[in-house]
Design a protein around this ligand. Structure first.
Ligand code: ZN
Length: 104
């Protein structure tokens, strides 16, 4: 899902945009092919580390980012807890184009 839509959701829910949140979550996008970059920050563990205050709007905006990405892409509600679970779910939906072993 593009940043324009993520920011539109921010405006509806919070009354303001959090572009820095979406930039941070998607920062690994150019590094990997396809959806593999989701393993870096599209999960609860990374978001909790970055935004420890779980009542902050930044934390909630990040959670919404991940859920909306999954709903937009697979029409499924997913919020992986960590990197390993992200890889498992990506694999389940056939969204990994290469295995971990291929990375060098
Ligand atoms: Zn994203």
């Amino acid at each position: 899902m593009d940043w324009k839509k993520h920011k539109a959701i921010d405006r509806i829910i919070f009354g303001k945009e959090y572009p820095e949140v979406h930039k941070w979550i998607d920062e690994f996008f150019p590094k990997y092919q396809d959806w593999e970059h989701w393993k870096e920050r599209h999960h609860l563990a990374a978001i909790e580390e970055k935004y420890p205050d779980q009542t902050s709007e930044e934390f909630l905006s990040a959670i919404l980012h991940v859920i909306c990405d999954w709903v937009a892409h697979e029409r499924e509600f997913e919020l992986p807890k960590d990197k390993e679970e992200t890889l498992e779910i990506l694999s389940y939906y056939n969204l990994l184009t290469r295995s971990e072993d291929d990375e060098s």
